[in-house]
Ligand binder design. Structure first.
Ligand code: NAD
Ligand code: ZN
Length: 362
């Protein structure tokens, strides 16, 4: 296979990180390093009335993020409007995210909008953000998406059906605190589905036409870590929780300079047609795409069995009208499809072929 240039030649990484049990207590030190005292904290609403926040500065303002649905442009605009207009937020000098991909993406998007005019939809695309945001710090509480490391924040624009982030160097976190103790409370199935996102990003990237040496090396390392975690039979042990945080970080850095393949576009189709969540959608999609990723599908099935995780399937009967929506929402992802199948991808992914793949997810 001829290896193609990804076109990503300058890579912005996170400004720093710290790893380890209890590392959330280093937040104070990190804020001091950045000369910030008054953070606005976006926190997954799972933690509302749950955690003791003795590791947050007393001056913090907490904004709980509803993670029952994944971020939308309208939702981001509503939060931004509240922060822009209310006197209570005037002294905010930094943004902290405490949560998973949905919360981290919300924090990144609102942070960009606090220093740039307009609405979230104006910045869906590549390098449209012009002014750097306030300092941004992430404390992931569920791991796998790599959102703590990437230069995007994924949002669905329901008006035009576009699921696209603000791809910008200004979306990258300044500091990431990886405290594996946060992962203790994540329900087993959700822990596995989100963790699989790291594995799937890297499998798709390594199977693609567009490659680069850093992406390949970090993808290999991520896949090795996933093997160790999921084959151990105790994926939530203290050692594995820490390994998973590293796998997610590495997977995020890897995918930031490479491309996904077939699974993500089909998962995006499910998200547009049925509102399926990203990581569950990936696990459903790999089932329909087992012919394209046979070894990886086998691994996935094995790991579900070892870890006693339910394999999610498409519950809906796929009718002709839905097939049209699914097809359109999948085929729009040209770059990953080209990455996976080469320039003839459109002649391979006919309506009938794509429809059959979705039927295979039931
Ligand atoms: P999430 O943030 O959507 O959270 C999933 C569920 O886990 C929620 O119910 C949440 O309350 C719960 N949860 C989180 N932490 C918990 C904890 N410690 N204990 C108990 N429950 C906890 O999950 P996710 O899978 O990390 O994120 C998915 C989102 O990430 C999607 O919107 C997707 O588009 C986005 N994403 C972004 C990138 C990126 O580069 N920015 C990459 C991949 C995916
Ligand atoms: Zn993903």
């Amino acid at each position: 296979m001829k290896i193609l240039d990804t076109g990503v030649h300058f890579v912005k990484n996170i400004g720093g990180y710290t790893v380890g049990s209890g590392s959330r207590y280093k937040l104070d030190e990190v804020l001091k390093k950045c000369n910030n005292n008054n953070p606005l904290v976006f926190m997954d609403n799972f933690f509302e009335n749950y955690e003791a926040y003795d590791w947050l500065p007393a001056s913090s303002i907490i904004e709980y993020v509803d993670t029952t649905i994944e971020p939308t442009t309208v939702g981001i605009d509503n939060i931004t409007e509240k922060v822009r207009t209310s006197q209570a937020y005037k002294s905010v000098d930094s943004i902290i995210a405490v949560g998973g991909g949905s919360t981290m993406d919300t924090a990144k998007a609102v942070a960009n909008l606090l220093t740039n005019p307009g609405s979230a939809a104006d910045y869906q695309g590549w390098d449209l953000v012009k002014v750097p945001s306030l300092t941004k710090i992430a404390l992931p509480t569920i791991s796998g998406t790599g959102a703590e490391a990437t230069r995007t924040c994924v949002m669905t624009n329901k008006a035009n059906g576009l699921k696209l982030g603000m791809n910008s160097d200004y979306s990258v976190f300044d500091f990431v605190i990886l405290d594996p103790d946060f992962l203790k409370t994540v329900p087993t199935d959700q822990y596995f589905y989100t963790a699989m996102d790291a594995y799937i990003h890297c499998v798709e990237s390594l199977n693609g036409n567009y490659r680069n040496s850093v992406g390949d090396a970090l993808s290999d390392a991520t896949i090795r870590l996933c093997e160790e975690i999921f084959s151990s039979g105790e994926m939530k042990s203290a050692a594995n929780r820490e390994k998973l945080m590293i796998a997610s970080l590495f997977g995020g850095i890897a995918i930031a300079s490479s491309y996904v393949g077939l699974i993500h576009p089909f998962s995006a189709g499910l998200s547009v047609a049925y509102g399926t969540k990203h990581c569950i959608g990936n696990c459903i999609a790999i089932t329909g795409l087992k012919k394209h990723y046979p070894m990886e599908y086998e691994k996935y099935v094995q790991w579900c069995e070892i870890n006693k995780v339910v394999q999610p399937k498409l519950k809906h009967v796929v009718n002709e009208a839905q097939k049209k929506v699914l097809f359109d929402a999948t085929i729009i992802h040209e770059k990953p499809l080209f990455n996976a199948l080469g320039e003839n991808y459109k002649s391979i992914l006919t309506r009938e072929y794509v429809g059959n793949i979705f039927e295979g997810m039931c």
